[in-house]
Design a binder for this molecule. Structure first.
Ligand SMILES: [Mg+2]
Length: 176
């Protein structure tokens, strides 16, 4: 059993824009909006990591672009799994709940936080992810997560922390 799961959207949630192939080469600047903001995201991942929270990314961008951006920035060591648009190809609808629900059930996560800049995705999770209670953090501001959203994720962790017992799933680096 894995206790806590943090699900992040990629484009304009972790990133400051819709990320294309060409952005990856200058990753810190073009994907994360510069060193200062990148460190905020990295620190959040570090803090979740030391608290045994499993971190996954669920996005409609391509798996390859996301994986390369994480690798270039060194964030890949914190991330356990990436769902890109390819993961939704065979599904009846492009709904994030449809890939997250089986994953949560398979690994028996008891606490989930979902961070996304799309109101539709947040609504989908609120309405259709029924396996466990999910805290939804809606990134309504343009330009992706900031300190306020990171604070909400840490608040979720603090309020549910006493239940953390199990180790997180291995990171991408452990699997490769
Ligand atoms: Mg997005």
């Amino acid at each position: 059993m894995y206790g806590h799961l943090a699900v992040f959207d990629f484009d304009s949630t972790l990133t400051v824009k819709e990320v294309g192939d060409y952005d990856v080469a200058d990753c810190i600047e073009r994907v994360f909006g510069g060193e200062k903001r990148f460190q905020i995201i990295k620190q959040l991942f570090q803090e979740l990591g030391v608290s045994n929270v499993t971190i996954v990314i669920c996005s409609f961008n391509s798996h390859d672009v996301i994986q390369r951006a994480l690798h270039e920035s060194g964030l890949d060591c914190f991330v356990c799994k990436i769902w890109g648009w390819e993961s939704f190809f065979h599904l009846p609808e492009s709904k994030k709940s449809l890939v997250l629900e089986p994953f949560i059930l398979e690994f028996n996560f008891s606490h989930v936080v979902f961070v996304d800049d799309s109101a539709d995705n947040c609504r989908d999770i609120q309405n259709n992810l029924i396996s466990t209670f999910t805290n939804v953090v809606f990134v309504s501001e343009k330009g992706g997560m900031n300190l306020v959203h990171c604070g909400r994720v840490m608040q979720w962790l603090e309020t549910t922390k006493t239940d953390i017992a199990a180790a997180p799933l291995p990171s991408l680096l452990d699997i490769v």
